[in-house]
Design a protein around this ligand. Sequence first.
Ligand SMILES: Cc1cc2nc3c(=O)[nH]c(=O)nc-3n(C[C@H](O)[C@H](O)[C@H](O)COP(=O)(O)OP(=O)(O)OC[C@H]3O[C@@H](n4cnc5c(N)ncnc54)[C@H](O)[C@@H]3O)c2cc1C
Length: 508
Amino acid sequence: MNSVVTPGSGLQTGASPHAIVIGSGFGGLAAAIRLSVRGYRVTVLEKLDAPGGRAYVFRQDGFTFDAGPTIITAPFLLDELWTLCGRKFSDDVDLRAMKPFFRLRFDDGDTFDYTGDPEQMRAEIRRIAPDDLNGYEQFLEASATAYRLGYEQMGDMPFTKITDMLKVIPEMLKMQGLRSLHSLVRAHVKSPKLQTVLSFHPLLIGGNPYSVTAVYALISHLEQKHGVHSAMGGTGALVDAMVSLMQSQGAVLRCNSEVDEILVERGEAQGVRLASGEVLHADVVVSNADAAWTYRHLIKPEHRKHWTDRKIERSSFSSGLFVWYFGTDKRYEDVPQHSVLLGPRYKGLLDDIFKKHHLADDFSLYLHRPTELDPSLAPEGCDTFYVLAPVPHLESGTDWEAHAEPFRLAIQKRLEETVLPGFSEHVKTSLVMTPLDFQSRLLAFRGCAFSFEPKLTQSAWFRPHNVSEDVKGLYLVGAGTHPGAGIPGVITSAKVLDQVIPHAHSYA
Ligand SMILES: Cc1cc2nc3c(=O)[nH]c(=O)nc-3n(C[C@H](O)[C@H](O)[C@H](O)COP(=O)(O)OP(=O)(O)OC[C@H]3O[C@@H](n4cnc5c(N)ncnc54)[C@H](O)[C@@H]3O)c2cc1C
């Protein structure tokens, strides 16, 4: 093995213990902030040339594209990070509440504005499903119960012991949390349109509404209680602010630094070796890289009794995404910031994506137009867009090199026929990401967008633990560990560290 060195040292006597964080996604940045506050000397190692991970920012021809997350929920989690550092979040980031949260468009052209205003929600339901008003109120109660259990009680619980899981099972049974979210929704409302409106949310974090547990109903309550927000300057402004916050605590970000191996001796993490061959020593290693990739590719098999190659390969993974980023030389004022354009099929399409791993000819789309809120993200008089379609991960065998352009053209046709007639003549810049790019750029196992599929048998104690089951001194944050994908999930995963990582003083 190469000799182990510590960056920026000779460490003076009494110097802080060193924590390496692999990856600068939201989970990695939140972990770096928390570890710095706890007294660690933190180095964040990022493979790409800039931080953010799925929230990387592409800039092309004067347009600014947030690569991934656009919808910010649970802003109190961000307040909490800033407060930990003695600062105020709103001094650094300008978050704006969205009205509506989303506009859903059904295949027949009917629309539904999903908002945080209870009266407007009732008015929309009265219009599309008048017989379901009472059922909707009951669903809201179930959603509040799911929030108390799934978010307040289980969200930042470490789930390192089976007894942690056993403790929550009675509550889960009481709320019938073992059934799927869609089945919970169907028990309350009869209209297929309203069933879709109340169940599509897990798709935004890679879950199939027909497989995720009913606990995911918590998302509806979370949105109603704390709103849906976007950041002025785009989500990239939030990434920049988190990097500055982390640096203000002394943490160091090194981009273009891909980790090739987590070095383990006698079952304990010693540090990492970069693709360049450089070796860095650490007292603790926190991986924000894809959890499956971390075990499968960064740790030698002889150090893995639990997360063996076989176990990883037999796990199920979330959907992939096809994302088309484009800029137009005109503005489309009647397109809201967040739209969901549903296709002709719901369950059938989800079966194709999640179960059959088959790339279908039809799709449902999420269309993002951030320039509704912030015109500075495009040249004057222009619009920035991205449109995404959930697709199967790479196990589908889809040849994305060949399929990307036909698939993009099919999406373009669909947008032309629905909310953006004639827009293709106005497209001035364009960029596409397929599951292949998720694999090669972000080292996402099977090119999936949200890591392990969030189904019951892969959640909480069953998900890769925040404290590695295999390697002492290795911790996991991010979408593939507990509690799961999405900005609130990955920021909460870093919060779990506070309960499981020794305080830096304990090294003295
Ligand atoms: C298109 C899209 C839209 C989304 N929309 C939303 C949304 O609106 N709201 C929401 O809440 N969530 C959304 N999500 C989900 C959310 O973005 C993710 O769950 C979350 O950002 C993942 O954060 P993470 O901490 O797991 O790290 P990631 O963002 O996955 O970052 C991991 C980082 O680790 C780096 N890395 C990997 N391997 C190595 C290595 N070996 N060495 C060094 N670095 C490495 C990668 O380059 C990457 O930068 C979206 C996701 C996508 C893809």
